[in-house]
Every structure is written in structure tokens, then in C-alpha cells.
Design a protein around this ligand. Structure first.
Ligand SMILES: *Cc1c(COP(=O)(O)O)cnc(C)c1O
Length: 381
């Protein structure tokens, strides 16, 4: 008998459903009510962020960040090619050119040592994507940005409750972006947040998020009517989403503890395969504290990876590969990139797969995953 082992599965960890009911009883299920404020305060206080604005997605937060940086046609933005499309789209949709640079072989994060060579007079910003909740080399990246007068945004979609030298991801650069998508650690299905650490950007961020109006000021009683003052979009999430999310955020520690146990079980049980040189386990550099967002492994080469993904799929285990490097996508081609431009990124992306990882995964399911990987890679252990 085989039972499916999905890659991800929704879960309820505490009061999520009661809070959704409460939001409805309170009479406001549109935006910026009690639960949106509660989530924002919790994130600000827990992670030392100047101001947090809840958003309908991390994509919306990245788009707002690009607008706050006044990115426009002719500008260049430096980012890794090994990332989600939204990281690039946030800038491309404003007419900017994404300048893709290599990732580090150990963390799969942007390689800070390759950034300076990519800077031109048109460069305006750097986007640091914290892959798997492992921090980028923020000290080096912020120093380069300072030297060349560039803006920095953290794509911390995967980095909620992860740390770099004791400071939360999302609190390190002027702007940071969180995701609460169903596949992330803390979720409301679709959701995100913009973390604002540069006070000068708060007022305009509120306006962009509220359809280009000063409604946020109006809600606080700072103006007696609200009106159209800038460009903007509809980036306020519903109270139904925020209520569900608050139920998860207030259970931050127990959820993290559970994910830690899942991560450590994979690490312990896969260590013999790593010792035999059959796969590579996640690497966490000194100074980084992870949030156990994902468990990914690297195998010898792409044919092995593809065959392993197939092998697991035939046994009803969903262990997908991750990003196809953006510069090799049809859109990347339209931007003038060709395969071979970033050989390290291409090789690493081709070797990576992610194991099933969700709140309610059982020890038995994890053992099945490990056993099937071991069987395929031909280890005797
Ligand atoms: C999930 C993710 C996003 C997008 O998040 P949404 O909330 O779905 O918009 C962006 N960047 C990275 C690195 C992600 O992992």
C-alpha cells in the first residue's frame, strides 16, 4: 500500500479558524482592521523592523519596493538568476533590466564577490534573495551598495524567523519582503509583507499600497478626507487572510520547533548518504540561524536529479526540483541572455531537489522518503 507524500500540505496550528470567525463578527473583513494591525505589530516587535505593512503577496511587496526605489526604464538591478520570477518581474515591469549574477556553490545565494563587476553607471539596486532562509552575505552586499550609492531590497520570502548575526532577515536592508504563501513557514494561503527599515520610505509605501491615496493617514485621523496623491495599487490584504495568519504568527515558536525537528530528522537520516558522497546536504554558514524553511539536497548531476525526481514520483513522493534559472527562460532569452551565461548557476540548479516538508509530515513519511532516495542512489546503508 502506498500513500501519497505531498511536497506541502496546509495546516492549522492554533486559533486560525476562531480568529477568522472573530474578524467576521467584528464586522470588518476588508483591510487594515484588528488582525492586520496585530500581525504587523507582532512582526515589527519580534523581528526589530521599523514598520511592517501586510500585503496580499511577497510579489506585491517586491513591486512596492521597486516603486519606492523609483526604478524606471534604463535602470539596471542586480540579482541572482536562481530565484522566483517575482524577484525579477518587480523591476522588469517598471522597464528596468535585470542583471543576473552567479550564486555561491555552498548556499545557492547571490555571490557577493560577483556583484561589483556587474555594476555600471545605470545600476540602481541590488536584490538579495535569502534562499532556504539562509542569509546572504549582507555585510558585504550593504558595503558595496553604500560605496556605489545603490539601494538594497531583501527578498526574504523564505526567511521569516531566520537570522544573520542575530538580526532578523527582512530587517537588514532599507526594505525587505516576506511571503506567507501556502508553501512558506507561516501562511494564510496567499500573503506577504513589506518590511520598511528606512523611515523615509514609510509614508509613500502606505500611499502606494492604498491605491495611491492618503487613506492610511485618514484612518489614523491625521487628515479629514482622503484623496488621490500618487500612483498606487490595491495591496491591502483582507482581514480574513490576516486573521488566519495571526493564528500562525502567534504560534511562531512551536511551528519553528516542529520544523526544526523535521529538518534535523532528514539531516541525521541522510548523513550516511552524504558521507558516501552520494548527495550534498544544506550548508549553513557561521552567523546564520535558519528557520528550517526547506530541505534541499544536491546530487551528482542533472540526469541523476531528474531520474531521482521521477523515481520518487512513481512512488507517489513529490520531491520537486526548484528554480529553472531565469536567464535560461523564454523571458530571459528575450532579455538577451543565453544558456551558458551563468554556468555555475545552471549546474547547481540542475542538481537540486527539495524533499517533502510540511508541518504535519510524519516520521514514517520522512523515513519512506529517505529509504527511497537511498534505494535509488544505491547506498548500502
Ligand atoms: C515564494 C517566493 C516569492 C513569491 O511569494 P508570493 O507571496 O507567492 O508572491 C518571491 N521570492 C521568493 C524567493 C520566494 O520563495
Amino acid at each position: 500500500m502506498t500513500t501519497d507524500i505531498p511536497f506541502n500540505k496546509p495546516y492549522v496550528a492554533g486559533n486560525e479558524l476562531a480568529y477568522v470567525a472573530e474578524a467576521i463578527e467584528l464586522g470588518n473583513i476588508s483591510g487594515d482592521g484588528l488582525f492586520t494591525r496585530r500581525c504587523q505589530q507582532l512582526l515589527e516587535q519580534r523581528f526589530g523592523i521599523g514598520r511592517v505593512l501586510l500585503m496580499p503577496s511577497c510579489t506585491a511587496a517586491l513591486e512596492t519596493a521597486a516603486m519606492l526605489f523609483d526604478i524606471g526604464p534604463g535602470d539596471e538591478v542586480i540579482l541572482p538568476s536562481y530565484t522566483f520570477v517575482s524577484t525579477a518581474n518587480a523591476f522588469v515591469r517598471l522597464g528596468a533590466r535585470p542583471v543576473f549574477v552567479e550564486i555561491r556553490a555552498d548556499t545557492l545565494n547571490i555571490d557577493a564577490a560577483t556583484i561589483e563587476a556587474a555594476i555600471t553607471p545605470r545600476t540602481r539596486a541590488i536584490c538579495a534573495v535569502h534562499y532556504a532562509g539562509v542569509a546572504c552575505e549582507m555585510e558585504a552586499i550593504l558595503a558595496i551598495a553604500e560605496r556605489y550609492g545603490l539601494r538594497v531590497v531583501e527578498d526574504a520570502a523564505q526567511g521569516v524567523h531566520a537570522y544573520y548575526h542575530g538580526r532578523a532577515l527582512g530587517s537588514l536592508a532599507p526594505l525587505g519582503c516576506y511571503s506567507f504563501h501556502a508553501t512558506k513557514n507561516y501562511t494564510c494561503g496567499e500573503g506577504g509583507a513589506l518590511c520598511i527599515n528606512d523611515r523615509a520610505l514609510i509614508e509613500r509605501a502606505e500611499i502606494l499600497r492604498e491605491k495611491g491615496t492618503d487613506r492610511s493617514k485618514f484612518s489614523r485621523g491625521e487628515v479629514d478626507k482622503y484623496t488621490w496623491v500618487d500612483v498606487g495599487s490595491s495591496y491591502v490584504p483582507s482581514e480574513i487572510s490576516s486573521a488566519f495568519l495571526f493564528g500562525q504568527l502567534e504560534r511562531l515558536e512551536p511551528i519553528a520547533e516542529r520544523r526544526r525537528a523535521i529538518f534535523e530528522r532528514y539531516r541525521t537520516e541522510l548523513q550516511p548518504l552524504a558521507d558516501h558522497g552520494l548527495l550534498r546536504l544544506p550548508f549553513i554558514p557561521p552567523g546564520c540561524v535558519i528557520n528550517y524553511h526547506m530541505f534541499h539536497v544536491l546530487v551528482a548531476d542533472q540526469p541523476t536529479r531528474d531520474a531521482l525526481v521521477d523515481h520518487l514520483r512513481r512512488r507517489s513522493i513529490s520531491a520537486p526540483f526548484h528554480y529553472v534559472p531565469l536567464h535560461t527562460s523564454p523571458m530571459g532569452e528575450r532579455l538577451g541572455y543565453v544558456p551558458g551565461d551563468l554556468p555555475l548557476t545552471e549546474a547547481l540548479a540542475g542538481r537540486t531537489l527539495r524533499l517533502p516538508f510540511f508541518y504535519a509530515i510524519t516520521e514514517e513519511q520522512q523515513r519512506t522518503v529517505v529509504r527511497e532516495i537511498g534505494g535509488f542512489l544505491g547506498a548500502d546503508s
